[in-house]
Design a protein around this ligand. Structure first.
Ligand code: NAD
Ligand code: IPM
Ligand code: MN
Length: 358
């Protein structure tokens, strides 16, 4: 198979974790006889520095010409006081909107070898296998906004079609899993949430095999860490999904292992870790590349339908954890933490011991 992947390293630890994921993809290409062409583009703070634009047209063009996008992370203190139209994060919001990537899939799986890295009790996290389906192109992130010296407005709007497509998507995903859907909202306060809940209720009839529950976001935040194994698929709006997915990383022990896929309903997608640019550890070579490597596995699975190759990456990552190798964010007390490079080397060796890195 021959495919084009746009690679957007971004800022902070972005380039470090993306380099690791590209090396893993190269090892997969070699082992399974595929050709992956990688085309590099700028996004975020680095793009602001180079092009005075967090999402330059060249980057959009690269994405248009490719089969999938792999992204690191954007943002950092250097640009934190920039005017809102010149913020790195805007590059990310614009690329999601441009490609209509409305469905952000954030799986959270606690594999046994990770359990000791979680601050939660082992019996709470041991059977967790959940999927957060986050609406990604609507809500507060894309509402009307306005700012004067003494007043600021961020408005939260959702339309029926925007909610219907993400809810349908979540029902279909639940069908492929344990057939339980938790819709998270704040229907006791917000009209957008009441509309959301109404639509979930309407859609329920089309998916009689899926068990549905509604859950308010505040108590869901509590239950997600006291009883995480009770969830299968969680569907929620943009902002709630952002917050709940970082919270869910506590289950696995680190934000550094949570991957994500942002999809528009066909095979095209943007794949990125859930975490950000972690500026305080950037450039040190110690970032955990697992989330980006697992995002690359989602890319193979969803965009290229290479399920076996995706599985090979997931198995390699699990095997490396199983053998007790961790980066600093996860290494149990008293054990030696591996660098980003050395940890990636272990994953590649699991995939294909004969692969030689350049
Ligand atoms: P963050 O996710 O960058 O970091 C949160 C904490 O997790 C930090 O302690 C960090 O060191 C740690 N961490 C994150 N990823 C890690 C990894 N792979 N390995 C080891 N440790 C890791 O969130 P933040 O500090 O709130 O934000 C920093 C910047 O990142 C901000 O500018 C923010 O806007 C941006 N951000 C970008 C994205 C994205 O590009 N998708 C996502 C979230 C935050
Ligand atoms: C994420 C990030 C982004 C978001 C920011 C950087 C715009 O936190 O991908 O989770 O809030 O969506
Ligand atoms: Mn986030």
């Amino acid at each position: 198979m021959e495919k084009k992947i746009t690679v957007l390293p971004g800022d902070g630890i972005g380039p470090e974790v993306v380099t690791a994921a590209v090396e893993v993809l190269q090892a997969i290409a070699k082992k399974y006889n595929h050709i992956f062409h990688f085309a590099y583009g700028a996004i975020g703070g680095t793009a602001i520095d180079q092009f005075s634009d967090p999402l330059p047209q060249q980057t959009i063009d690269l994405g248009e010409e490719s089969d999938a996008i792999l992204l690191g992370a954007v943002g950092g203190p250097k640009w934190d006081n920039n005017p809102s139209e010149l913020r790195p994060e805007l590059g990310l919001l614009r690329i999601r909107k441009h490609f209509d990537l409305f469905s952000n899939l954030r799986p959270v799986q606690a594999i046994p070898s990770m359990l000791k890295s979680s601050p939660l009790k082992e019996d709470i996290v041991k059977n967790v296998d959940l999927l957060i389906v986050r609406e990604l192109t609507g809500g507060l992130y894309f509402g009307e906004r306005h700012r004067t010296h003494d007043e600021a407005l961020d408005s939260l709007t959702y339309t029926r079609p925007e909610i219907e497509r993400i809810v349908d998507n979540a029902f279909k995903l639940a069908r492929l899993r344990r057939k339980k859907l938790t819709s998270v909202d704040k229907a006791n306060v917000l009209d957008t949430s009441r509309l959301w809940r109404e639509i979930v209720e309407e859609k329920k009839a089309s998916y009689p095999d899926v068990e549905v529950e509604h859950s308010l976001v505040d108590s869901t935040a509590m239950k997600l860490i006291t009883d995480p194994s009770s969830y299968d698929v969680i569907v929620t709006e943009n902002m709630f999904g952002d917050i709940l997915s970082d919270e869910a990383s506590v289950i696995t022990g680190s934000l550094g292992v949570l991957p994500s896929a942002s999809m528009r309903g066909d095979h095209f997608g943007l794949y990125e870790p859930v975490h950000g640019s972690a500026p305080e550890i950037a450039g040190k070579g110690i970032a955990n590349p697992a989330a980006t490597i697992l995002s690359a596995a989602m890319l193979l699975n969803y965009s290229f339908e290479l399920a076996e190759e995706a599985k090979a990456i997931e198995k390699a990552v699990a095997a490396v954890f199983e053998k007790g190798y961790f980066t600093g964010d996860m290494a149990p007390k008293g054990t030696t933490a591996l660098s980003t490079n050395d940890w990636t080397e272990k994953v590649i060796a699991e995939i294909d011991a004969s692969f030689v890195r350049e």
